[in-house]
Design a protein around this ligand. Sequence first.
Ligand code: HH2
Length: 263
Amino acid sequence: MGILNVTPDSFSDGGRYFDSEAALRHGLELADEGADILDIGGESTRPGSDPVTDEEEWRRIAPVVRSLAGKVSVPLSVDTMKPTVASHAIKAGASIVNDVSGLQDPAMIHVIAANHTGVVAMHMLGDPKTMQQHPRYSDVVGEVRAFLADRVKVLETAGVSSESIAIDPGVGFGKTLEHNLALLGALDSLAALGHPVVVGVSRKSFLEKLAGGGPGERLSGSLAAAALAVSKGAHIVRVHDVRETVRAMRVVDGILRAGDGSV
Ligand code: HH2
């Protein structure tokens, strides 16, 4: 899943693709590099970020969703917590809703069910503004797993087909380094819920805590984390560096398949 942030303030690429033309070019480039899904977002959810209005979020991504829908063959996903933005994006050609709030707004569930889209339900503790202020769990893996299982149940009850639902532990969303590592080490237990697991580790700050380097220097850490996530059961990795990740994942896939005896 290639990341396309049409924002002025995303943590690693804020402002680079804020202009619609630049965003469109980057989206085409990500598809060309081998992304299987393009995830388009108009609101940063980095720790401490301020929310934007529905109108502003849609204004940012509208031209990008519209033009990419006619130009790429891969599905477009919209990274939003807002049902109105999701609804506009679906009309403009998006077919997946990626909601980092885990569908806290019941209207979002209705939008997904009514339009028969795919959905990524992600776990976040609190909201982006304050989520990194002393996040606490008594059993991070158990609590995140229970939250995701509940989201799946709520979606299915609302009529969303089981095959359309993916889950995501939300690395960095209300989590300390230890919480992130515990979740990444337990992806198999999330995969056991029976839905594709999405993981976003790309350029995130836990990599700096482990190996140093600002957002622009975290490619090697991102690839290592993505490789391990996939070997632990993740199905989809959400990344900024598509070309490099596709190559790394081909290697991971080759090794895992050989290990399975399924070559
Ligand atoms: N991470 C970010 C945004 N959306 N969606 C899912 N499903 N999983 C993630 O881990 C995830 C996500 C944050 O990364 P980014 O989009 O690069 O930054 P920002 O929120 O600053 O735009």
